[in-house]
Write a protein that binds this ligand. Structure first.
Ligand code: XMP
Length: 517
């Protein structure tokens, strides 16, 4: 195992993903708890992340001394390099040249870190982002790479297996970064590449059996990847003692509900209660146009419907389920570094089953707690879920309701479903689906005038949205070429009755959000 000490960098999770892609299991601990995590995990390698502080400030964070005392190999990145240098007797100064963005480094020495990747004497592109820099090396260290503005761009004490890099090797803008990280965990620290989804599957099945004993588990299916993978895994572990509930709120996309039922009930043979609650939800939404009220109404009805169904299951004569399955992922579990602790504003109230386990007095089974989203997808493939299902874009809990600004009606939902299906079909045909984080159509609550044949039309406007993102927290609109947009617009207007105009949303997040409500 490896441990990543987080000093508050925006990209700490990327370090963890790169290490796991190299086949090595790792965990992230905020610097405040790093000492305890180091003792608990007993890692064979430690990586110190970047961060917003300056080691020259009084009270700035440090790595636990126990790490340096233990003799494990350490890699410091940016702030991590600077704190390591300071703690081992070197010096760091506030940078005279702040350096941000692309830079070239020259490899000055052979190093285990560069082995097979960077030749001595070669120059390589890296991504820099720092104000401070190391100015005096601790004893035992020497410079292994330099850039114009950072004479100590990479430093090493090969005997103690300590490495420091001023650049960010976890980001895609440092093209060889993943290989350097892989060198650190494999060649320097001697860790084996044994973190695979096949191995995880076996361990997870054993852990679920151990936790659940001969109890029963209730699982919610949303149509999304996480709940589906969790359900298939739990079913593999305990078979018929898993019962799933799928609350169909009538706000799903075209063909989605049928697909979930077919896949889980027919293909996997998982006992599935399909609750068709469209009437209930759409009636309750009949006069709601405020986005937050919409979200809260859907959230409340969802919980009520789920609980009512759980009650029926508890009375089916097989004993009440004691456990509730939840598709919690590692990013939900990681404790984050907080420097301010200030209040944060609720932009949107998120709809999920949060609060359910306490209300229902059930224990949680969360087999995906250690995994990142891309690992959940890999596990889904390992479990035989179809590629089209596993590779799906995220879909929000409140469904199409928040893609229909204003009052949601059955008529609008029917139009939106068709337009969305045509748009996604065009994206798939163009081979762009996997490049895009999320793509969907929204139906705007305005009508505009058009002309079709010889007649005047007065119909709805469809807005197309497509974004790239790595976690949904920030996003960029996807730069389609105009030819693609023209084709999608023409097909939607020709094939979907009720639409006579299509626009493309070119807002990034921030300042926009991904969904329209
Ligand atoms: P926003 O619109 O806030 O969305 O930029 C960020 C990401 O979150 C998804 N989203 C939700 N997911 N329940 C969910 O499970 C929700 O209530 C919800 N609201 C937004 C959204 O689709 C995007 O991927």
């Amino acid at each position: 195992k490896a441990l990543i000490v987080d000093f508050g960098s925006q990209v700490t999770q990327l370090i963890a993903r790169r290490v796991r892609e190299a086949g090595v299991y790792c965990e992230i601990a905020p610097f405040q708890n790093a000492e305890r995590a180091f003792a608990d995990i007993r890692p064979k390698a430690v990586i110190l992340s970047g961060g917003p502080s300056s080691v020259t400030e009084a009270g700035s964070p440090r790595a636990p001394q126990a790490i340096f005392d233990s003799g494990v190999p350490v890699l410091g990145i940016c702030y991590g390099e600077q704190t390591m240098a300071t703690q081992l007797g070197g010096e760091v100064e506030g940078g005279h040249h702040r350096e941000f963005g692309r830079a070239e480094v020259t490899a000055l020495e052979h190093s285990a870190l560069f082995d097979g990747v960077w030749e001595k004497g070669g120059s390589f592109p890296v991504w820099m982002s720092h104000g401070d820099r190391v100015t005096k090396l601790p004893q035992g260290f020497h410079v292994i790479a330099a850039s114009q503005n950072a004479p100590f761009a990479a430093i090493a004490d090969e005997a103690r297996r300590y490495y420091g890099v001023q650049f960010h090797l976890e980001v895609a803008h440092t093209p060889d970064g993943a290989k350097l990280l892989s060198n650190f965990v494999h060649k320097v620290a001697g860790l084996k590449a044994d973190w695979t989804m096949a191995a995880f599957r076996q361990e997870a099945v054993a852990a679920i059996r151990h936790q659940v004993g001969d109890g029963r588990v209730l699982g919610g299916l949303s149509g999304g990847v996480d709940s589906a993978v969790a359900a298939v895994l739990i079913h593999e572990a305990i078979g018929e003692r898993l019962t799933c509930v799928f609350v169909d709120h009538g706000l799903l996309r075209q063909g989605e509900a049928e697909e979930v039922v077919r896949l889980f009930r027919d293909h996997y043979n998982i006992p599935l209660h399909h609750v068709e609650a469209e009437e209930l939800f759409l009636n309750a939404l009949e006069s709601v146009d405020d986005p937050e009220t919409k979200r809260k109404t859907i959230g409340r009805l969802f919980i009520e419907t789920f609980e009512a169904e759980a009650k029926k299951i508890a009375e089916d004569g097989r004993g009440a389920p004691q456990f509730l399955a939840q598709g919690t992922l590692y990013p939900d579990v990681i404790e984050s570094v907080s420097f301010s602790g200030g209040p944060s504003v609720t932009i949107k109230s998120h709809h999920n089953v949060g609060g359910l386990p306490e209300r229902m007095n059930m224990r949680l089974v969360e087999p995906l707690r250690e995994l990142f989203k891309d690992e959940v997808r890999a596990l889904g493939r390992e479990l035989g879920l179809p590629e089209a299902f596993v590779g799906r874009h995220p879909f929000p809990g409140p469904g199409l309701a928040i893609r229909c600004p204003g009052v949601v009606t059955r008529e609008k939902l029917a139009i939106l479903r068709k337009a969305d299906a045509v748009y996604l079909d065009e994206i798939r045909k163009a081979g762009l689906y996997d490049e895009i984080w999320q793509a969907f159509a929204a139906l705007l609550p305005v009508r505009s005038v058009g002309v079709m044949g010889d007649g005047r039309t007065y119909d709805y406007v469809i807005a197309l949205r497509a974004v790239t993102s790595s976690d949904g927290m920030t996003a960029d609109f996807y730069p389609f070429d105009m030819g693609f947009l023209g084709r999608a617009a023409t097909r939607i207007i020709n094939e979907v009755k009720g639409v006579n105009r299509v626009v493309y949303d070119v807002t990034s997040k921030p300042p926009g959000t991904i969904e329209w409500e």
